[in-house]
Design a protein around this ligand. Structure first.
Ligand code: TNX
Length: 520
C-alpha cells in the first residue's frame, strides 16, 4: 500500500511539474462553457500537420493557424485535407457544431467547439468563421512564447478538456478614426489582427472629417487629392487609393472581420468643402481645418448638387465594400437643424437603401424616418434616450458605444498622456462593467445588434499610441460583446486578462499596464 501511495504521489508530482502554463479557462473573451480535463493535456508534435475539412474557407483558416504557429515553433505544419488521416490538429466543418446567436449579421454562425486530449486538438464548427474563432482560442491556450516571431525551444502544451463557445451579440467591433490623423494600410492591418485575436468581427473606419478626406473617389477626385492633404495639428495627412482600401478589406475578410466604411454627413465635412466649394453654403471655400473643434461645417442640404455628391461617393464606397453596412455619420451637424437635417438624412438613407446596403448612423439620426433595418450607433453617456427608444419602437436596431464605457479615446486616469476626458475617465473596470442588454431604457436586448469601441484620433498619432489606448480596454469590451452574463465577472476577468500582458509584450504590442490588473 505504501508503494502504491508513493507511486501515486510521484505521479501527482509529475503532473504538477508538467501542468500547462495556461488553464483551459484562461480565455478572453470568456467562453460559454469550459470543462477542463486535467489528465488530458496535449503536446504539439514537431511533425504535426493541420488537417482540415475539404472546403476553401476552412482551408484558409487552417492556413491561418499554421501561420500563427510556425514562427515560434519552427515546425513546418503543412496543411492537408481531412480525411483520410485524422492527425493531432483537426479543423472540422460540421452541420451539428455549435452555432452563433439566432440573428447573426450575415446569417452566419460563429460558434465552435474545441476538444483537447492527449491525441489531438479538434476544432469543430458549422462555419469557417466558427473555426477561425476556435483557432483564436487555441492560440491563447498555448504558452506565451507562441507569440514570438522567432523559434523558441518549448513544450507546446495545450490544457486538456472541452470548450463550447458562441457569441452573445452578432456585431462586435472597433472604430478607427483615420481622418483626424491618417494611418496607412499596414497600421490598419495590424489593428485588424488585434480585433481578430479577441473575436471582434467589425472594423468601422471613420474615413472623412473636417481635418481630412481619406478615400479616393473617382467622380470627385479632389476630395482625396486636396481634402486628404491635411490632418490635426498640421500633420501630413494621406488617403487610401481604391487598391489600398481593397487590401484592407481583403486582409479583414481573411480574418473574418467586416469593414464598415463611414462617410460623415452632413456635418464634419470641412475637408470636402475645401476640395469642392460648390458644396458649401454660399459656395465659398473655407480654409483647411487642422484644429479639434466640431460642429461648424456642413454640406448645403438645399442644393441638388449635394445629393449628386452623396450618391456618387456612397456608390463608389459601396462598390469597394463587400459588407452589408454603409455608415453615414450624422453626428454633431449643429448648423443643419430640424426638418433640414431630418430631410437630408432621409434622402441619404434612401440612397444607401438604393445601393442595397444597410444604413448605420450615429444616434443623432434617430429622429429621421425609419428605413428598413437601419442601425443607430449610440454614443451617449446617459442611458435615458427617449428619441432613440422611439426609433427602436419604429424598427431601428442599436450598436452600443457608450461614451463613458466604450470610448477608447478617453483617458484611463488623470495622468494618461494622450486622450480626452469629456465623457469621464475610463479605466479597465469601467470599460468592462456594463451590460448592453439593459444599458438603454426602452431598448430591449433583441434590438441590440452589438457593441463597438470607437477610437477617435485627435490626440493619437502612431500605432503604438493606438495600442496603448486599445490594450487592455479592447479585450474588456470584446468580452462585454461576446460573453454571456453568467460567464462574466470582474474578478475572473482581471485574472484571465493578466496572462495576456506577457503575450502582448512578446508580440511587441504596446499596452497600458493598468494597476487594476494583477500582471504576472
Ligand atoms: C465626439 S462621438 C465626436 C467626434 C470626436 C469625439 C472625441 C461622435 C459621434 N463625434 O467627432 O472625435 O467626440 O471624443
Amino acid at each position: 500500500a505504501a508503494g502504491t501511495l508513493a507511486r501515486s504521489a510521484a505521479q501527482a508530482a509529475g503532473r504538477l511539474l508538467t501542468r500547462p502554463p495556461v488553464g483551459l479557462g484562461d480565455v478572453v473573451p470568456a467562453p460559454a462553457s469550459v470543462r477542463p480535463q486535467p489528465a488530458a493535456d496535449f503536446v504539439l508534435p514537431a511533425d504535426a500537420a493541420v488537417r482540415v475539412s475539404a472546403d476553401a474557407d476552412a482551408r484558409e483558416v487552417a492556413g491561418h493557424l499554421a501561420e500563427l504557429l510556425r514562427p515560434a515553433t519552427g515546425y513546418p505544419l503543412p496543411v492537408a485535407d481531412l480525411p483520410p488521416a485524422p492527425g493531432p490538429l483537426q479543423l472540422t466543418l460540421s452541420a451539428a457544431a455549435p452555432r452563433g446567436p439566432a440573428a447573426t449579421v450575415s446569417g452566419d454562425a460563429e460558434g465552435y467547439r474545441l476538444d483537447v486530449d492527449p491525441d489531438a486538438v479538434r476544432i469543430t464548427a458549422g462555419t469557417a468563421t466558427g473555426l477561425f474563432h476556435g483557432v483564436q482560442t487555441l492560440r491563447q491556450l498555448l504558452p506565451v512564447a507562441v507569440e514570438s516571431r522567432t523559434p523558441v525551444a518549448q513544450r507546446w502544451v495545450v490544457p486538456g478538456g472541452t470548450i463550447v463557445d458562441r457569441p452573445r451579440f452578432p456585431y462586435r467591433g472597433a472604430m478607427l478614426d483615420v481622418a483626424r490623423h491618417f494611418f496607412g494600410v499596414e497600421d490598419v492591418c495590424r489593428v485588424i489582427d488585434h480585433l481578430a485575436r479577441y473575436k471582434l468581427n467589425h472594423l468601422h473606419l471613420h474615413l472623412t472629417d473636417d481635418q481630412g478626406w481619406r478615400i479616393a473617389v473617382d467622380s470627385w477626385p479632389r476630395l482625396a487629392t486636396v481634402g486628404g492633404r491635411t490632418a490635426v495639428g498640421g500633420g501630413p495627412g494621406g488617403w487610401y487609393t481604391a487598391a489600398d482600401y481593397r487590401r484592407i478589406v481583403a486582409y479583414a475578410a481573411r480574418r473574418h472581420v467586416t469593414v464598415v466604411p463611414e462617410v460623415d454627413l452632413p456635418g464634419h465635412t470641412n475637408a470636402a468643402l475645401v476640395a469642392y466649394p460648390e458644396l458649401a453654403p454660399g459656395r465659398v471655400a473655407p480654409p483647411p481645418y487642422t484644429g479639434t473643434e466640431v460642429g461648424f461645417s456642413y454640406v448645403d442640404p438645399t442644393d441638388e448638387r449635394t445629393y449628386d455628391f452623396v450618391a456618387d461617393v456612397l456608390g463608389e464606397v459601396a462598390a469597394l465594400t463587400p459588407g452589408p453596412w454603409l455608415h453615414i455619420g450624422g453626428d454633431e451637424a449643429y448648423k443643419v437643424k430640424g426638418a433640414a437635417y431630418t430631410g437630408f438624412v432621409e434622402r441619404t438613407q434612401r440612397i444607401v437603401a438604393g445601393l442595397g446596403r444597410t444604413v448605420v448612423g450615429w444616434h443623432q439620426i434617430a429622429p429621421a424616418g425609419q428605413v428598413d433595418g437601419r442601425v443607430l450607433q449610440w454614443w451617449g453617456t446617459d442611458g435615458d434616450d427617449p428619441t432613440v427608444a422611439e426609433a427602436v419602437r419604429r424598427g431601428a436596431r442599436v450598436i452600443l458605444s457608450p461614451g463613458n464605457h466604450a470610448y477608447l479615446d478617453m483617458k484611463y486616469a488623470p495622468d494618461t498622456p494622450i486622450g480626452h476626458d469629456w465623457a469621464g475617465l475610463i479605466d479597465v473596470h469601467r470599460a468592462y462593467h456594463w451590460d448592453p442588454a439593459t444599458h438603454l431604457t426602452g431598448v430591449p436586448a433583441e434590438a441590440v445588434l452589438g457593441v463597438e469601441a470607437p477610437l477617435w484620433t485627435e490626440s493619437v498619432t502612431s500605432l503604438a499610441e493606438i495600442e496603448f489606448l486599445f490594450f487592455p480596454r479592447l479585450p474588456a469590451l470584446a468580452e462585454v460583446a461576446w460573453s454571456a452574463p453568467s460567464t462574466r465577472s470582474w474578478t475572473g476577468f482581471r485574472e484571465r486578462l493578466a496572462g495576456h500582458g506577457p503575450r502582448w509584450r512578446t508580440a511587441g504590442i504596446a499596452f497600458h499596464p493598468s494597476p487594476e490588473i494583477p500582471w504576472p
